[in-house]
Design a protein around this ligand. Structure first.
Ligand SMILES: C[S@@+](CC[C@H](N)C(=O)[O-])C[C@H]1O[C@@H](n2cnc3c(N)ncnc32)[C@H](O)[C@@H]1O
Length: 479
C-alpha cells in the first residue's frame, strides 16, 4: 500500500495535540539498528526520592486494545463491516484490522468517504516501514535459519500470514470500498499484512485488566536487560516511570525490559534482535508424532497445546520440559487408549483419552504426573530421553549440513548485515546448547539404564522375544 509517512520529528506536535505528555525525554532516531528510541533531555535520578520521576503519560483513550477496537467499531461503519466479515478471532487480528484501516485511510488522503480518522491514523504514519523480524526478511535471509529452532515456526508463520491475507481478500473482495481501495489495483499486498503483524508483535504490551495493547509513544521505548524504566497503568492511562534507585545522564537512552525469560530465538522472532547482554540460554523445538506410531495422529489431535520441547538453563544446568514427549512415549500396551465417543444428541463425536482405564482427556499435558507412580515410570522416562536425544542429534545434523549454504549467503548482498549477524549468532548459540544438551541426555539415559525397573523390563522383553543371537531388538532400542 502506498503508505503516507511522516518523519519522527512530527511526533512532538502529534503528542501535544493528543495530550501525550513527554517529561524530560524526547524521541530520537538513534541512527543504529535500534531505530527510534527515547532519550533524556536532562539528568534524572530516582535515588532517595519518595516519588520516582514520571517520564511519559499517555491518556487512556489512545490505548489500542480489544475494548478500544470494539468502541471504534461503534462509530466507524466501514470498520464495523470489516470486523463483521473478518474480525472476532483474536485481539491481534482485530487490532491488525484497525491498523489496516488506518494505513488505508492515510493512503487516500483526498477521499474522506471511507473510515473515520482518529489519532492512530496520523500515528501509524510515523511507525517504521520495516521491522527486522524474520517474517520481514528476504527468502535468502530466512534460509540462514535452517537448522535453528526458528526454522519451523517462521515457515509456519509465513504460511499462516498468507492464509490470513487470502482469507481477508476472499471475505472483502465483494465489499465495494474494499474492492476499490485494496483489490482492484492490488494496492493492498501480502507485504502490508506482514508489516501489520510485525508492528503488532514487536510493539504490543500486556496491560493488567486491559490485556494485549499497543500504546503510542510507549511503543518507542527500546529494550535493555538492565532497564532503567518501567510502565504501569494509571487511573487515566499509562505512565512510563524511572525505576527506583536509578540515575540517568542527560541524553541517556530510556529503556524497558521486553521480558526476562525470553530465549534468543524468541527475541529474534518477536522483536528482530538478539539481546547481547542476556544470559538466558534456551530454545524450543517442535515435536512431530512418530511416523511408525499407530496412535501418533490421535496423540497430536488430543494434545491441546503446541507439541514442543523447551530446553532452558536453570542455575547453570540445562534442563528440558515437554508434556507432549511423555504422551508421545506411551502406547496401547502401557495402558493408553483412545476412544471416539458418539454423542447421544447426534452432535459431533468426541475423541477421549484413557490412561489405565481412567478418562484423562483434559489432562493430556500431564502425563509426567500421571505416570509418576507407575512401576514402569523409569522405562517411560528412558523412552522420552532417548527420543529427545534422537531429536537433538537430528537438529544438530541439520545445523551442520546447512552450514556451507549459510556461509555462502553470508557476506552477499542477499542478506543484510543485521539479519546475517542475528542468524549467525542464533546458529552458534543453538549449536552450543544442543551439543551440551546431547551430553546431558546421555547422562540421564545412562542413569536410567541402571534403574531396577528398566533392567527388569529389558530382561523381560528379552525373555519374551528371545531374538536370534546377534539380532537387535528394534522395538525398544535405547542405544
Ligand atoms: C517497541 S519498538 C521500540 C521502538 C523502535 N525502536 C522503533 O524504531 O519504532 C521495538 C523494536 O525496537 C527495536 N529494538 C528495541 N530494543 C532494541 C535493542 N536493545 N537492540 C536492537 N533493537 C531494539 C527492535 O526493532 C524492536 O522490534
Amino acid at each position: 500500500m502506498q503508505r503516507l509517512q511522516l518523519p519522527i520529528n512530527a511526533l512532538p506536535a502529534w503528542a501535544k495535540l493528543n495530550d501525550v505528555n513527554f517529561l524530560d525525554i524526547s524521541v530520537h532516531d538513534l541512527g543504529s539498528e535500534k531505530g527510534y528510541g527515547l532519550v533524556t533531555s536532562r539528568a534524572l535520578s530516582s535515588e532517595d526520592v519518595f516519588d520516582v520521576p514520571t517520564l511519559l503519560i499517555v491518556p487512556h483513550d489512545l490505548i489500542l486494545s480489544a475494548e478500544a477496537v470494539e468502541e471504534h467499531a461503534k462509530v466507524d461503519a466501514h470498520f464495523k463491516q470489516l470486523l463483521e466479515v473478518f474480525g472476532g478471532k483474536s485481539t491481534r487480528g482485530d487490532v491488525m484490522l484497525f491498523l489496516l484501516m488506518q494505513i488505508s485511510i492515510a493512503s487516500h488522503p483526498d477521499e474522506k468517504a471511507v473510515g473515520l480518522s482518529n489519532p492512530w491514523t496520523e500515528y501509524v504514519k510515523m511507525l517504521p516501514g520495516s521491522i527486522p523480524v524474520p517474517t520481514m526478511w528476504s527468502e535468502e535471509e530466512r534460509l540462514m535459519l535452517v537448522g535453528t529452532s526458528l526454522e519451523t515456526p517462521v515457515t509456519a508463520k509465513m504460511a499462516s500470514l498468507l492464509r490470513e491475507y487470502e482469507g481477508l481478500r476472499e471475505a472483502t473482495v465483494e465489499i465495494p470500498w474494499c474492492k476499490k481501495y485494496w483489490w482492484d489495483y492490488d494496492s493492498f499486498q501480502l507485504n502490508d499484512w506482514i508489516l501489520l503483524d510485525a508492528w503488532y508483535r514487536s510493539r504490543c504490551l500486556e496491560l493488567p485488566n486491559t490485556g494485549e495493547s499497543m500504546i503510542p509513544c510507549v511503543d518507542m521505548v527500546n529494550h535493555h536487560s538492565r532497564a532503567n524504566s518501567y510502565y504501569e497503568p494509571t487511573s487515566d492511562g499509562v505512565a512510563l516511570l524511572l525505576r527506583p534507585n536509578k540515575k540517568v545522564d542527560i541524553e541517556e537512552e530510556i529503556s524497558i525490559s521486553y521480558g526476562t525469560s525470553k530465549s534468543e530465538a524468541e527475541m529474534l522472532f518477536s522483536y528482530g534482535f538478539i539481546d547481547e547482554d542476556s544470559n538466558k540460554k534456551g530454545l524450543t523445538l517442535t515435536l512431530e508424532p512418530l511416523l511408525d506410531d499407530p496412535l501418533g495422529k490421535a496423540k497430536a489431535a488430543a494434545f491441546k497445546k503446541p507439541p514442543t520441547v523447551r530446553v532452558s538453563e536453570d542455575q547453570g544446568a540445562l534442563c528440558w520440559e515437554s508434556p507432549f514427549l511423555y504422551l508421545m512415549c506411551l502406547n496401547e500396551e502401557d495402558g493408553l487408549e483412545f476412544k471416539v465417543l458418539q454423542q447421544t444428541d447426534g452432535s459431533r463425536s468426541q475423541l477421549r483419552v484413557f490412561w489405565q482405564g481412567s478418562d484423562v482427556t483434559n489432562a493430556t499435558d500431564n502425563f509426567e504426573s500421571l505416570t509418576a507412580n507407575h512401576e514402569l515410570k523409569d522405562v517411560f522416562k528412558l523412552r522420552a530421553v532417548a527420543l529427545l536425544q534422537d531429536l537433538t542429534r537430528e537438529q544438530l545434523g541439520r545445523l551442520h549440513e546447512s552450514e556451507d549454504m549459510v556461509q555462502s549467503l553470508a557476506g552477499t548482498a542477499f542478506a543484510s548485515p543485521q539479519s546475517q549477524g542475528n542468524a549467525l549468532q542464533l546458529r552458534q548459540s543453538e549449536t552450543v546448547i544442543l551439543e551440551n544438551m546431547f551430553g546431558v541426555l546421555e547422562m540421564q539415559k545412562n542413569k536410567l539404564l541402571e534403574s531396577d525397573a528398566v533392567l527388569r523390563y529389558l530382561g523381560s522383553m528379552e525373555d519374551e522375544e528371545r531374538p536370534e543371537p546377534g539380532a537387535t531388538n528394534d522395538e525398544e532400542d535405547f542405544s
